[in-house]
Design a protein around this ligand. Sequence first.
Ligand SMILES: [Zn+2]
Length: 315
Amino acid sequence: MFVSTPFLVILALGVFVMGTVVGSFLNVCIYRIPWQKSVIWPSSRCPRCLGEIAAQDNIPILSWLSLRGECRGCGEPIAARYPMVEALVGFLFVGAFLIDVVLAPRDTWGQAPMFGLAQATYHAIFLALLVAATFIDYDLMIIPDQITVTGMIIGIGAAVFWPGLRPEPSHAATALSGLGVGLGGMAAGMLITQGVRGSASFVFRREAMGFGDVTLMGMIGAFLGWRAAIITFFLAPFLGLGHAAWKLVKSIGKRIRGGQLSSSDREIPFGPYLSMAAATVLFSWRWLWEGWARGLFGTLHVLFWWMMGVNVDGP
Ligand SMILES: [Zn+2]
């Protein structure tokens, strides 16, 4: 693959456009999957006038801008979230292209490896699934299995065919070890989430996190391996702090005004923050692993064997 800068810029633009098209499809998934509706048929309609949305009004981002956010037939406002999701997925895809192709280590000819394209695709699918999970969880406090189970199958299955897809130290040499890393990551993600969920439910006497968060973490582990999944799980609450604080301020205000708190006043969806954390870990992994995580897991490894009574010299 040629590495001349203009060529890379054109490729990146193409990747962005592809991302917006996938984002447009994800908008349909976010809207329909929770209601068990087909995401392929029928075509999109305006919820008010039921007019079918014509092809020229269905171009990601651009159509919304040219229609100024209103249905052509009846003037019903179209939420700005639609073009924003399209742009978000566009940028995420460009991010995957950057880390896996543009910034990938060069071969001896000074060229980006073709294999990087397979990795970028693998990560783009992962990011698309995270976006769908994020917005459905944000809207309805559920994460459908259609997203997470599909993700587990793709995350594990693709790395059986190309065992080297996952980054260091989770990349594998054989199909069997690729399968093992995927299953191990999935199990670790689900176990840690279910463990914390079970203890929190016991302590607080009400459901903390949903089972959707467990399957979402299973998907994250399937794509990224167990180490990155565990870091994701501990990073997510920090990313959710702002939302939790805002919710707390709102519910205190409600109590002062004498209102009754409902359960939705106390809950925030965790899926969006798990997803954001997973994307953060994915994009920073090369530096995170070399600069910090390798040492951390080395220390934990020594500690573990030391506690088991085994004499260890070092990682
Ligand atoms: Zn309309």
